[in-house]
Design a binder for this molecule. Structure first.
Ligand SMILES: [Zn+2]
Length: 1068
């Protein structure tokens, strides 16, 4: 057992109320019987009803599940919810010329056989393991035998639901009692789908129908049909690459990767499609026909309501992780996690907590199976930090065959002398020092004393075997590298950074329990040449060394470059004071960039440590040097098959540099201050492969953007972080991790390498079957992260999670998590646009959405009129998030969106966790005008739609990256006076960046709301203050994601109708 200070820290030394903490040092059994009794334990001290969450039934004493009450006007049917009829699906979706959505043969009677065919066709394609995951001896060893029964009760969430289970909770529109005043097109169950010649008719360039295909007139131009994945070529969407279960395959050779396809119509390049960048074009021509029945937006599923309901139902509670396959509260809900054998949802969330038993089922439903892992996630103060376990010189106990780490799922046998691996079934000897007797239930008597036997997450001290060159690592270093070219000096940025560092360096992150930070610091300034500084504590003055041979970067000094801040404080202060003056008269406007990264890397290598570079760069590197870039932005590419090249880094030294950085544990954070295009895609290629972050401040001005930047910098420097990390995800037999998304690098198919990983970085892992899974045994995931701590300790952090397996699709849908699904879809789509036309990616997203929902409808929902849209309860708001994703800037080919901004969002999202993608895709819109300034309660957010705004309103909108305060034209003078000390809205300066500090309750309250949000979010945000109908309002409006997008893209209502129509076509 570890006896380190880490263990003895206050949170560990006493049991927390209701939290069952360990005694310090894990005292003898019985000293305090911590409340971990779960696996077969007789008591359930935490009264979380084990099945409540799964069954969506309210815990005792709680109000009934509010879902139904909100829609109280709706008819309940089989526990489902019906909604009023959407307007005709076709209305807003005038047929895009490239679409095949309406090409289904209209008159086919829906016989059972046809439905089967149709559903079969849905699952065509490349479910086979991707090419990136060849059989790997270590990885595969554990896939050979069925897993043993686990020594824990089978915790099925409820009765096995048959496909038509009455327990199944769904959402339906429209209600049966609503008159179907459907427009002629597709709104009514009886009206045939549109025929050619109607506004929805086949596009002019339709390819010949595919023989034998039920799709009849297929306008999509068939993609290359060769290859087994396209086998089911009667598929409903021949025009788009077949989505795998995960939606997108990693680009790669062979049939599994999407071939780079010619344009949809067989031509080499589809031209831009004006006016339809969002993929759901609408046009006046499509509005022909009788006027639409205006549908009440309140009648379609509301994300804010779903969030609020979950908060009411599960908020404030303790979520104990003792149940297999338990679906956690939503990521937006405030709850306290108690680790009782499975990893906290803060570390791991899954797209579904009930995996389908077979690959066939997975294919059929096309719900991606994935886990979003944030291995170093921050825990709230009231949750127990992870324990550190020390197994001594031999290192952590592991399975001899698959190398899984000892965990609560291992099964001890033969009186405790052996254990059977829950991942590969191998029977292992228990080392003598680790032997312990078993109790009458077959459980080790030291069960509660050992975190690795009773908890879902814990850490091991790593032995030298886990260290580079078998040497303990040195403490990591931070190197600050400041571009001192003309623009950065002129703007005042250099001075600002130097001033800030004086205070920020006092707050370098340190390991919990440590007195001071052991991180070393170093300083470089640069323009066309690099300046290194010797800040050794013995010096009276810092010394500068200039390296002008930037082609062969070397570090001119070893001793005195990386120092302990506290030791060298006086010299560093001196340096930071001098830097702004030294370059005050510099006219140098050109900079280098790759040599800067190279220099930082070489310095870390020379010091034999890992670390992070903080680079503050003003512009594209145009000076003659390796990594010199040129402007290659080209708006003409938007909407063409070549648009993807905008997101592909230029072939350059950066690729190799990224690999070298990863190999040496050198992470790069890039702070950009551009006034024009900088080729962010290429400049960010090193940060985005080294666990780094990119921050961007367009047209930076100290006065308006300074605070925003400084808040980001402070957060970034102080973040908990691990270095030189390798993550490995092991699974029990029958399935395995096949694909990984994040700010990561992979040299092989299994090891996720990260030069650094901070508390906000998440890795999304996709799983696929390679055999069938057993309902009894369930499925296990173990994520092991080997990393160097802030104080230079080598540690292994282990997260374990057990999932259910079911042969009933209804179980899968019941256990889905929409926020995780969207995280997966966003990452896979953002990666897919590197390799295929964006419009294909959008089509795949729509198709897969329709497939998933159609499969639910067919297999899990009770029979109902075709005109009703039926959504699984867990995926009720999936369409609104999906639509928002499709309108996000990387997926919207609008020439008005700067390429760098799109690239920035794309790369940032790839490293995001579920909480962050949820907020990004569905911003919070908070009404502040009716708020009681004396209340501590934040007003409930409203839906992101213009309809929710009011002329006299005051709203705060934020998505974790942007923040707006929107003022209605009719705002009361009192409000304006209280907030801005101005007589009326007309007096408000358009570019104020912060609220004035006024001494009145309203001003104080709103400023405190803003600062709380800024504190809470991962990034800082600049506050934009916009007046209704002012020009900058357009920026604000693009965040109203339920509305039709200003850059193209459907409204939520239109999208829902469109998806509904797709589903109906799939089911006819
Ligand atoms: Zn094993």
């Amino acid at each position: 057992m570890s006896q380190q200070g880490y263990v003895a820290a206050p949170p560990y030394s006493q049991a927390q109320p209701g939290m069952g903490g360990y005694q310090a040092g894990y005292g003898p059994p019985g000293a305090t019987q911590p409340h971990y009794g779960h696996y077969g334990g007789p008591t359930q001290p935490f009264n979380a009803p084990p099945t409540a969450s799964m069954m969506k039934s309210p815990p005792a004493g709680m109000p009934p599940t509010p879902v139904s009450s909100q829609y109280s006007q709706n008819v309940q049917q089989n526990g489902g919810h019906r909604y009023p009829a959407p307007p005709a699906a076709s209305a807003a979706y005038g047929q895009p010329p490239q679409s095949s959505y309406n090409s289904m043969s209209p008159q086919s009677p829906p016989t059972t056989q046809q439905i089967t065919n149709q559903m079969g066709a849905m699952s065509i394609g490349n479910y086979a393991p991707g090419p990136q995951a060849p059989v790997n001896s270590v990885a595969q060893q554990h896939h050979q035998r069925p897993a043993p029964a686990m020594g824990q009760p089978q915790m099925h969430p409820g009765p096995q639901s048959p496909p038509m289970s009455p327990q199944m909770s769904s959402t339906q529109f429209p209600p049966a009692n609503m008159p179907m005043t459907a427009p002629p097109m597709a709104g009514s169950p009886l009206s045939p789908p549109p025929m050619a010649g109607s506004p929805m008719g086949a596009p002019p360039m339709g390819a010949p129908p595919m023989a034998g295909s039920p799709m009849g007139a297929n306008p999509m131009g068939a993609p290359p049909m060769a290859g087994p994945p396209m086998g089911g070529m009667g598929g409903p969407f021949p025009g788009s690459p077949p989505p795998g279960v995960g939606g997108f395959q990693q680009a790669g050779p062979g049939p599994q990767g999407f071939p780079q396809q010619p344009g949809q119509f067989g031509g080499p390049m589809a031209g831009p499609q004006p006016g339809m960048p969002g993929g759901f074009p609408s046009g006046p021509s499509q509005l022909a026909g009788p006027p639409q029945k205006k549908l009440d937006p309140d009648s379609i599923p509301s994300p804010t309501q779903v969030i609020e309901d979950d908060q009411v139902r599960r908020g404030g509670q303790i979520y104990a992780t003792n149940l297999r396959g338990q679906v956690p509260p939503l990521v937006t809900t405030q709850f306290t996690v108690q680790d009782q054998g499975n990893a906290s949802p803060r570390f791991m969330r899954c797209t579904t907590y009930s995996l389908p038993c077979t690959a066939d089922l997975a294919k059929q439903c096309q719900v991606p199976l994935a886990s979003i892992i944030k291995p170093l996630a921050r825990l709230p103060k009231n949750e127990t930090p992870l324990y550190v376990v020390n197994h001594g010189e031999t290192g952590p106990i592991r399975c001899n065959r698959c190398k899984a780490y000892i965990c609560p799922f291992m099964h001890f046998t033969e009186g405790g002398r052996r254990f059977q691996c829950a991942f590969c079934n191998c029977v292992n000897e228990v080392p003598v020092f680790y032997f312990q007797h078993l109790d009458h239930m077959g459980r080790r008597v030291d069960f509660y004393e050992r975190p690795e036997l009773s908890l879902g997450s814990y850490e091991f001290e790593a032995t030298l075997d886990y260290c580079k060159n078998n040497k303990p690592p040195n403490p990591p270093a931070f190197i600050f590298m400041i571009d001192v070219s003309y623009n950065n000096v002129k703007s005042g940025l250099v001075k600002m950074i130097c001033n800030e560092l004086k205070t920020l360096l006092e707050k370098l992150p340190k390991e919990e329990g440590s007195e001071s930070s052991v991180i070393k610091v170093g300083f470089v300034t640069y323009n066309k040449v690099l300046h290194f500084y010797n800040v050794k504590s013995a010096l009276a003055q810092p010394q500068m060394m200039v390296v002008s041979d930037i082609a062969e970067m070397f570090v001119p000094l070893l001793d005195g470059f990386l120092v302990n801040y506290q030791d060298s404080k006086a010299v560093i202060y001196n340096l930071l004071d001098q830097i702004p003056d030294m370059f005050a008269n510099s006219n140098e406007s050109e900079t280098v960039f790759a040599p800067v990264i190279q220099a930082g890397l070489e310095a870390l290598k020379a010091a034999e440590c890992s670390g992070k570079l903080f680079i503050f760069q003003s512009a594209m590197p145009t000076a003659e040097a390796p990594g010199k870039l040129k402007n290659r932005d080209d708006k003409k590419l938007i909407g063409t098959d070549k648009e993807k090249t905008l997101f592909q880094p230029q072939k350059s030294v950066y690729e190799q540099l990224a690999k070298d950085c990863v190999a040496n544990g050198c992470s790069v954070d890039l702070f950009l201050f551009p006034s024009q295009y900088v080729d962010l895609t290429t400049m960010a290629s090193v940060p985005s492969h080294t666990g780094g972050s990119v921050y961007k401040y367009n047209n930076f001005q100290v006065e308006t953007d300074g605070e925003h930047f400084l808040r980001d910098l402070r957060k970034d420097v102080q973040k908990p972080i691990g270095f030189d990390a390798v993550m490995r995800v092991r699974t029990s037999t029958g399935f395995r991790a096949t694909d990984f998304f994040g700010a990561i690098h992979m040299n092989n198919t299994t090891d996720v390498e990260m030069a650094a990983v901070d508390c906000d970085k998440a890795i999304t892992v996709e799983f696929k079957h390679d055999d069938s899974l057993g309902e009894d045994t369930g499925a296990l995931i173990q994520c092991a992260l080997l990393y160097t701590t802030l104080s230079g300790h080598r540690r292994l952090r282990i997260h374990n999670l057990s999932l259910n397996c079911s042969s009933q699709l209804s179980d899968l849908y019941k256990s889905c998590e929409t926020d995780s699904l969207i995280n997966f879809f966003a990452k896979s789509a953002y990666r897919a646009i590197l390799n295929q036309p964006i419009k294909n990616v959008r089509e795949i997203l729509v198709n897969q959405t329709a497939h998933m929902l159609a499969c639910y409808r067919k297999n899990c929902a009770s029979p109902s009129a075709a005109s009703q849209l039926i959504l699984p309860d867990t995926m009720k708001v999936f369409p609104v998030y999906m639509n928002s994703l499709m309108k996000s800037s990387p997926l919207v080919g609008s020439t008005e969106l700067p390429t760098d901004d799109r690239a920035h969002q794309r790369l940032s999202l790839l490293a995001m966790g579920v909480e962050e993608t949820q907020l990004l895709l569905y911003p919070r819109l908070i009404p502040l005008h009716n708020m009681d300034p004396s209340s501590d309660v934040l007003p409930a957010p409203v839906r992101c739609s213009e309809e929710r705004l009011s002329d006299s309103g005051l709203f705060l909108l934020e998505n974790g990256h942007s923040m707006f305060l929107w003022l209605g034209q009719g705002s009361s003078p009192d409000l304006i006076q209280g907030l801005f000390n101005l007589p009326s809205l007309a007096h408000l300066q358009p570019d104020i960046a912060a609220l004035p500090e006024l001494d009145n309750p309203l001003s104080k309250k709103i400023r405190s709301i803003v600062s709380d949000l800024l504190e809470k979010r991962f990034n800082s945000m600049k506050l934009h203050i916009v007046r209704q109908k002012d020009k900058p309002e357009i920026l604000f409006r693009q965040f109203l994601v339920e509305d039709k997008s200003v850059h193209g893209g459907a409204s939520y209502m239109d999208f829902l109708c469109f998806v509904h129509r797709e589903i109906r076509q799939l089911l006819t």
